[in-house]
Design a protein around this ligand. Structure first.
Ligand code: GSH
Length: 406
């Protein structure tokens, strides 16, 4: 029997995956990104009604400032549509429309607002419930002050200075001390109200800080050998991360650690001093994340296969320019990956040349599998392609199936 018949069909995988996850996306044929998540709040709108908010954000869903706005929209369950802006080639209509030319920007009931902080405050104004600012006037004023400070307190600047390869004449320890002093200020701010957040309820202050602190928590261990998570100097920041992690909206908008680390390497060309590819084991095993990853891969397989063939280098393997075999191999290995995500260890993995029952596996066929998996492990990007949890499950499954290719 051919090994190609040993795994489930795409249709079978998709059907099972959809029973185990409610996450769905809309396809955008020929566009980037190729899919977009459906905000759960859209169900609240009568059919054929335009959502009251249009969010302009970056194509790759990397922008931390856009993440702030997306986080608030999900928390407040405001129905919204998204327009993606390619930051490497911004359309003229966008630079004409938005004075700063930056993302995010939003049209709130037709009115343009830009600057993430101003968009957050405008959303509070137009859609007061559920509120992301405290009701109590005194606490409300504190929260507003903290929102301003999140922009002006210099934490971001010092953090990124510390994170980037410091110039030779820089005293790295002094830089670290300055960064830690800023984090101490956050610790003190978090101590002022009961509960894990900056004020007594989850608020815009948390949203202002979360995308940057999240990225720093992922990047610092890998690029500076410095740990924010688990650091006993910052118990409140750690409790704050734990509290954020309980919020469903956060899981929709956040990125995963590997995306955050690969991004830094690509953008700055910096070399990791730690392992950039360590996975969050807990997320990788969750059924709903495995199902979401399988659903994404099955539903969007044509785009995934075309991307692998075009960009992974696998074309070099095609004998005499005949891509049929290469395409079949990519299709097979992706199907095997999707099947493994759904069925776990009961999926028949070929066993390769190490002596499994398919020890006769064709090495050229296997090479296509190895390239496909290595490419997609780093190519997948959360939350652009799937949620952070699903991306983690996806990468963990690739690691597993990769061991069976030869
Ligand atoms: N202060 C702005 C910062 C926005 C910002 O820096 N956006 C970046 C993406 S992360 C951008 O649009 N970059 C494109 C460019 O610089 O041309 C805000 O809070 O909205």
């Amino acid at each position: 029997m051919s090994i190609q018949n040993t795994v489930s069909s795409w249709e079978e995988v998709l059907e099972t995956a959809r029973k185990n996850t409610s996450a769905r996306r809309v396809k955008r044929p020929g566009q980037s990104p190729s899919t977009v998540p459906i905000p759960s709040s859209l169900q609240k709108l009568p059919p054929n009604t335009e959502p009251p908010v249009l969010l302009y954000r970056d194509t790759n869903s990397w922008c931390p400032f856009c993440e702030r706005v997306w986080f608030a929209l999900e928390e407040k369950e405001i129905p919204f549509a998204t327009e993606f802006i390619d930051l490497s080639n911004k359309p003229k209509w966008y630079t004409d429309l938005v004075p700063t030319t930056l993302v995010p920007a939003a049209k709130i009931e037709g009115n343009l607002v830009y600057e993430s902080k101003d968009i957050l405050l405008a959303l509070e104004e137009k859609f007061p419930y559920p509120s992301l600012l405290p009701e109590n006037p005194q606490e409300n004023a504190v929260a507003r002050q903290l929102v301003e400070e999140a922009e002006t307190n210099g934490l971001r600047e010092i953090a990124y200075k510390f994170l980037r390869e410091p110039p030779v004449d820089t005293d790295e320890l002094a830089l670290q001390a300055a960064f830690e002093a800023k984090l101490d200020e956050l610790e003190q701010a978090l101590a002022k109200y009961p509960g894990p957040y900056f004020v007594s309820t989850f608020s815009l202050v948390d949203i202002m800080y979360s995308p940057h602190l999240d990225r720093l928590a992922a990047n610092l261990p890998v690029y500076r050998g410095y740990h924010l998570k688990g650091n006993p100097r910052f118990p409140r920041i750690n409790a704050w991360f734990d509290a954020l992690n309980q919020r469903p909206a956060y899981h929709k908008v956040k990125s995963d650690n590997i995306t955050n680390n690969l991004l830094l390497r690509r953008r700055w060309g910096v070399e990791p001093i730690g392992n950039p590819l360590a996975l969050d084991v807990a997320d990788s095993e969750k059924i709903q994340y495995r199902a979401e990853a399988a659903e994404r891969l099955s539903d969007n397989r044509e785009v995934a296969i075309a991307d692998v063939i075009k960009n992974s280098g696998v074309q070099a393997i095609a004998a005499d320019g005949d891509f049929t075999t290469v395409k079949n191999a990519v299709d097979f290995y992706l199907r095997q990956l999707a099947d493994y995500l759904i069925n776990g260890n009961s999926t028949t993995l070929p066993g390769g040349r190490t002596g499994g029952k398919n020890s006769s596996v064709d090495p050229v066929f296997a090479a296509v599998g190895a390239i496909t998996f290595a490419y997609l492990r780093n190519r997948i990007c959360a939350p652009r392609d799937m949620s952070a949890g699903a991306a983690t499950a996806f990468r963990a499954a690739i690691d597993r199936v990769l061991t069976s290719v030869y």
